[in-house]
Design a protein around this ligand. Structure first.
Ligand code: SAH
Length: 237
Protein backbone atom coordinates (compact mmCIF):
# COMPACT_ATOMS: atom_id res chain seq x y z
CA UNK A 1 0.00 0.00 0.00
CA UNK A 2 1.47 3.39 -0.95
CA UNK A 3 2.02 6.14 1.58
CA UNK A 4 -1.24 7.93 0.79
CA UNK A 5 -3.55 4.95 0.45
CA UNK A 6 -5.93 4.05 3.23
CA UNK A 7 -8.50 1.41 3.94
CA UNK A 8 -12.08 2.61 4.01
CA UNK A 9 -14.62 0.77 6.12
CA UNK A 10 -18.32 1.42 5.41
CA UNK A 11 -20.30 3.20 8.12
CA UNK A 12 -23.64 1.85 6.97
CA UNK A 13 -25.67 0.10 4.32
CA UNK A 14 -28.58 1.33 2.20
CA UNK A 15 -31.97 -0.39 2.04
CA UNK A 16 -33.59 1.28 -0.93
CA UNK A 17 -36.68 1.20 -3.14
CA UNK A 18 -34.30 0.67 -6.08
CA UNK A 19 -33.63 -3.06 -6.36
CA UNK A 20 -31.71 -2.90 -9.65
CA UNK A 21 -29.72 -0.27 -11.52
CA UNK A 22 -32.22 0.11 -14.36
CA UNK A 23 -34.63 2.92 -13.53
CA UNK A 24 -32.53 4.75 -10.95
CA UNK A 25 -32.49 8.45 -11.86
CA UNK A 26 -29.10 9.78 -12.87
CA UNK A 27 -28.93 12.16 -9.91
CA UNK A 28 -30.55 12.41 -6.48
CA UNK A 29 -33.49 14.77 -6.02
CA UNK A 30 -34.97 13.95 -9.45
CA UNK A 31 -37.32 11.45 -7.80
CA UNK A 32 -38.22 13.09 -4.50
CA UNK A 33 -40.42 10.14 -3.45
CA UNK A 34 -37.56 7.64 -3.66
CA UNK A 35 -36.98 6.45 -0.10
CA UNK A 36 -34.18 4.56 1.61
CA UNK A 37 -33.07 3.56 5.03
CA UNK A 38 -29.39 4.06 5.88
CA UNK A 39 -28.66 1.39 8.49
CA UNK A 40 -25.54 2.24 10.49
CA UNK A 41 -23.02 -0.57 10.99
CA UNK A 42 -20.02 -1.42 13.15
CA UNK A 43 -18.65 1.30 15.39
CA UNK A 44 -20.77 3.91 13.57
CA UNK A 45 -23.93 2.21 14.82
CA UNK A 46 -24.30 4.35 17.93
CA UNK A 47 -26.63 7.29 18.65
CA UNK A 48 -23.67 9.51 19.65
CA UNK A 49 -22.29 9.39 16.10
CA UNK A 50 -25.43 11.07 14.71
CA UNK A 51 -26.19 13.38 17.66
CA UNK A 52 -27.13 16.82 16.29
CA UNK A 53 -27.62 15.57 12.74
CA UNK A 54 -31.43 15.70 13.14
CA UNK A 55 -31.25 19.51 12.90
CA UNK A 56 -30.07 19.30 9.26
CA UNK A 57 -32.59 18.84 6.46
CA UNK A 58 -30.15 17.54 3.83
CA UNK A 59 -27.04 15.35 3.86
CA UNK A 60 -24.15 14.42 1.62
CA UNK A 61 -23.84 10.66 1.32
CA UNK A 62 -20.57 9.22 0.06
CA UNK A 63 -20.88 5.64 -1.06
CA UNK A 64 -19.33 2.78 -2.99
CA UNK A 65 -20.59 1.95 -6.47
CA UNK A 66 -20.45 -1.62 -5.26
CA UNK A 67 -22.32 -3.17 -8.17
CA UNK A 68 -20.00 -1.78 -10.83
CA UNK A 69 -16.75 -1.52 -8.89
CA UNK A 70 -15.12 -4.47 -10.63
CA UNK A 71 -15.98 -3.32 -14.16
CA UNK A 72 -12.94 -1.02 -14.43
CA UNK A 73 -12.93 2.49 -15.88
CA UNK A 74 -11.73 4.51 -18.87
CA UNK A 75 -10.32 8.05 -19.04
CA UNK A 76 -13.27 9.10 -21.23
CA UNK A 77 -16.95 8.20 -21.02
CA UNK A 78 -20.11 8.86 -23.07
CA UNK A 79 -22.63 10.56 -20.81
CA UNK A 80 -26.34 9.83 -21.47
CA UNK A 81 -26.88 13.61 -21.53
CA UNK A 82 -24.87 13.79 -24.76
CA UNK A 83 -26.97 11.03 -26.33
CA UNK A 84 -24.35 8.40 -25.55
CA UNK A 85 -22.35 9.43 -28.63
CA UNK A 86 -19.79 12.04 -27.50
CA UNK A 87 -16.90 11.37 -25.15
CA UNK A 88 -15.76 13.56 -22.27
CA UNK A 89 -13.22 13.00 -19.51
CA UNK A 90 -14.35 10.76 -16.66
CA UNK A 91 -13.73 13.59 -14.19
CA UNK A 92 -16.11 15.82 -16.19
CA UNK A 93 -18.92 13.35 -15.45
CA UNK A 94 -20.76 11.70 -12.57
CA UNK A 95 -20.17 8.29 -14.16
CA UNK A 96 -20.26 5.21 -11.95
CA UNK A 97 -17.07 3.91 -13.62
CA UNK A 98 -14.17 5.88 -12.12
CA UNK A 99 -10.67 5.25 -10.77
CA UNK A 100 -12.08 4.96 -7.24
CA UNK A 101 -15.66 3.66 -7.19
CA UNK A 102 -17.01 6.47 -4.98
CA UNK A 103 -20.38 8.19 -5.40
CA UNK A 104 -21.66 11.40 -3.85
CA UNK A 105 -25.34 12.21 -3.41
CA UNK A 106 -27.23 15.06 -1.81
CA UNK A 107 -30.29 13.60 -0.07
CA UNK A 108 -33.07 14.72 2.25
CA UNK A 109 -33.02 13.54 5.87
CA UNK A 110 -36.53 12.43 6.86
CA UNK A 111 -35.66 11.24 10.35
CA UNK A 112 -33.27 9.43 12.68
CA UNK A 113 -34.46 6.34 14.50
CA UNK A 114 -33.25 3.79 16.98
CA UNK A 115 -34.73 0.46 17.94
CA UNK A 116 -32.97 -1.87 20.34
CA UNK A 117 -29.31 -1.52 19.42
CA UNK A 118 -29.87 -0.42 15.81
CA UNK A 119 -29.63 3.19 14.58
CA UNK A 120 -30.87 4.17 11.11
CA UNK A 121 -31.60 7.27 9.05
CA UNK A 122 -34.66 7.64 6.82
CA UNK A 123 -33.71 9.35 3.54
CA UNK A 124 -35.59 10.57 0.47
CA UNK A 125 -34.69 11.85 -2.98
CA UNK A 126 -32.03 9.15 -3.22
CA UNK A 127 -30.34 7.66 -6.30
CA UNK A 128 -28.85 4.68 -4.45
CA UNK A 129 -29.17 1.01 -5.19
CA UNK A 130 -30.33 -1.38 -2.47
CA UNK A 131 -27.35 -2.76 -0.46
CA UNK A 132 -25.07 0.19 -1.34
CA UNK A 133 -22.27 0.51 1.25
CA UNK A 134 -22.08 4.07 2.64
CA UNK A 135 -18.62 5.35 3.57
CA UNK A 136 -19.46 8.78 4.97
CA UNK A 137 -22.31 11.10 5.98
CA UNK A 138 -21.98 14.89 6.22
CA UNK A 139 -24.49 17.66 6.79
CA UNK A 140 -25.26 19.86 3.78
CA UNK A 141 -24.45 23.52 4.39
CA UNK A 142 -26.42 25.69 1.95
CA UNK A 143 -24.25 28.77 2.48
CA UNK A 144 -21.09 26.81 1.63
CA UNK A 145 -22.32 24.05 -0.71
CA UNK A 146 -24.68 25.91 -3.04
CA UNK A 147 -23.44 28.34 -5.69
CA UNK A 148 -26.06 30.43 -7.49
CA UNK A 149 -23.76 31.41 -10.35
CA UNK A 150 -22.40 27.90 -11.00
CA UNK A 151 -22.09 26.66 -14.61
CA UNK A 152 -22.91 23.04 -15.37
CA UNK A 153 -21.19 22.25 -18.68
CA UNK A 154 -23.02 19.73 -20.86
CA UNK A 155 -25.77 19.28 -18.21
CA UNK A 156 -26.83 22.90 -17.62
CA UNK A 157 -30.41 22.21 -16.46
CA UNK A 158 -32.61 19.39 -15.16
CA UNK A 159 -33.44 16.82 -17.84
CA UNK A 160 -36.83 17.18 -19.59
CA UNK A 161 -39.84 15.38 -18.13
CA UNK A 162 -41.79 12.84 -20.19
CA UNK A 163 -45.54 12.28 -19.77
CA UNK A 164 -46.45 9.14 -17.79
CA UNK A 165 -49.90 7.60 -17.41
CA UNK A 166 -51.46 4.39 -16.08
CA UNK A 167 -54.05 2.02 -17.49
CA UNK A 168 -57.11 1.82 -15.18
CA UNK A 169 -56.11 -1.65 -14.09
CA UNK A 170 -52.52 -0.65 -13.27
CA UNK A 171 -53.70 2.41 -11.34
CA UNK A 172 -56.08 0.30 -9.26
CA UNK A 173 -53.30 -2.11 -8.36
CA UNK A 174 -50.99 0.79 -7.58
CA UNK A 175 -53.48 2.23 -5.08
CA UNK A 176 -53.99 -1.22 -3.58
CA UNK A 177 -50.24 -1.63 -2.96
CA UNK A 178 -49.95 1.91 -1.62
CA UNK A 179 -52.55 1.13 1.02
CA UNK A 180 -50.86 -2.13 1.86
CA UNK A 181 -47.34 -0.72 2.25
CA UNK A 182 -47.79 2.97 3.01
CA UNK A 183 -45.30 3.90 0.27
CA UNK A 184 -46.06 6.64 -2.31
CA UNK A 185 -45.78 4.15 -5.17
CA UNK A 186 -47.74 6.05 -7.84
CA UNK A 187 -45.75 9.23 -7.36
CA UNK A 188 -42.48 7.28 -7.37
CA UNK A 189 -43.37 5.52 -10.63
CA UNK A 190 -44.23 8.86 -12.29
CA UNK A 191 -41.02 10.49 -11.09
CA UNK A 192 -38.85 7.55 -12.18
CA UNK A 193 -40.41 7.03 -15.62
CA UNK A 194 -40.66 10.73 -16.48
CA UNK A 195 -36.83 10.77 -16.45
CA UNK A 196 -36.88 8.31 -19.37
CA UNK A 197 -34.66 5.60 -17.87
CA UNK A 198 -33.96 3.96 -21.24
CA UNK A 199 -30.32 3.85 -22.26
CA UNK A 200 -29.56 6.21 -25.17
CA UNK A 201 -29.25 3.39 -27.74
CA UNK A 202 -32.84 2.25 -27.09
CA UNK A 203 -34.47 5.66 -27.34
CA UNK A 204 -35.38 5.41 -31.01
CA UNK A 205 -37.65 2.40 -30.49
CA UNK A 206 -41.39 2.66 -30.00
CA UNK A 207 -43.92 0.35 -28.33
CA UNK A 208 -41.17 -1.54 -26.55
CA UNK A 209 -42.07 -3.15 -23.18
CA UNK A 210 -39.94 -2.66 -20.10
CA UNK A 211 -39.97 -3.70 -16.45
CA UNK A 212 -38.54 -1.71 -13.57
CA UNK A 213 -38.26 -3.03 -10.02
CA UNK A 214 -39.41 -0.62 -7.30
CA UNK A 215 -39.60 -2.06 -3.78
CA UNK A 216 -40.91 -5.59 -4.38
CA UNK A 217 -42.95 -4.60 -7.44
CA UNK A 218 -42.19 -5.10 -11.10
CA UNK A 219 -43.55 -2.03 -12.89
CA UNK A 220 -44.38 -2.95 -16.50
CA UNK A 221 -44.52 -0.05 -18.97
CA UNK A 222 -44.32 0.63 -22.66
CA UNK A 223 -43.25 3.45 -24.92
CA UNK A 224 -45.88 5.13 -27.09
CA UNK A 225 -45.77 8.07 -29.53
CA UNK A 226 -46.68 10.50 -26.75
CA UNK A 227 -45.12 9.12 -23.56
CA UNK A 228 -44.90 6.14 -21.27
CA UNK A 229 -47.82 3.92 -20.30
CA UNK A 230 -47.78 1.80 -17.13
CA UNK A 231 -49.89 -1.24 -17.99
CA UNK A 232 -49.20 -3.70 -15.16
CA UNK A 233 -47.77 -3.97 -11.67
CA UNK A 234 -46.61 -7.38 -10.52
CA UNK A 235 -45.96 -8.07 -6.84
CA UNK A 236 -43.55 -10.46 -5.24
CA UNK A 237 -40.06 -9.59 -6.47
N1 SAH B 1 -25.16 11.05 -7.32
C1 SAH B 1 -24.10 10.05 -7.50
C2 SAH B 1 -24.48 8.98 -8.51
C3 SAH B 1 -24.55 9.44 -9.91
S1 SAH B 1 -24.59 8.13 -11.05
C4 SAH B 1 -22.82 10.75 -7.92
O1 SAH B 1 -22.88 11.78 -8.58
O2 SAH B 1 -21.75 10.23 -7.59
C5 SAH B 1 -26.23 7.60 -10.73
C6 SAH B 1 -26.33 6.15 -11.04
O3 SAH B 1 -25.60 5.42 -10.08
C7 SAH B 1 -27.72 5.64 -10.95
O4 SAH B 1 -28.37 5.77 -12.19
C8 SAH B 1 -27.51 4.17 -10.54
O5 SAH B 1 -27.69 3.33 -11.64
C9 SAH B 1 -26.06 4.09 -10.11
N2 SAH B 1 -25.89 3.52 -8.79
C10 SAH B 1 -26.50 3.84 -7.62
N3 SAH B 1 -26.04 3.07 -6.61
C11 SAH B 1 -25.12 2.22 -7.16
C12 SAH B 1 -24.29 1.19 -6.64
N4 SAH B 1 -24.31 0.87 -5.35
N5 SAH B 1 -23.46 0.53 -7.48
C13 SAH B 1 -23.42 0.85 -8.80
N6 SAH B 1 -24.19 1.82 -9.36
C14 SAH B 1 -25.02 2.50 -8.55
Amino acid sequence: MSEHSCTITPVGIIRSCYREKFGIPRQPGLAASARARLVLTGKSNCPEAVAGLEAFSHLWIQFLFHQTQNDGWRPTVRPPRLGGTKRVGVFATRSTHRPNPLGLSLVKLEGIHQKNAQVWLELSGIDLLDQTPVVDIKPYLPWADSVDSAEAGFAPTEPDDHPVWFTDQALELCHHYEEKNGQPLQQLIVEVLSQDPRPAYLKKRLREDYGILLWEYNIRWRVTETGFEVFAIEAGH
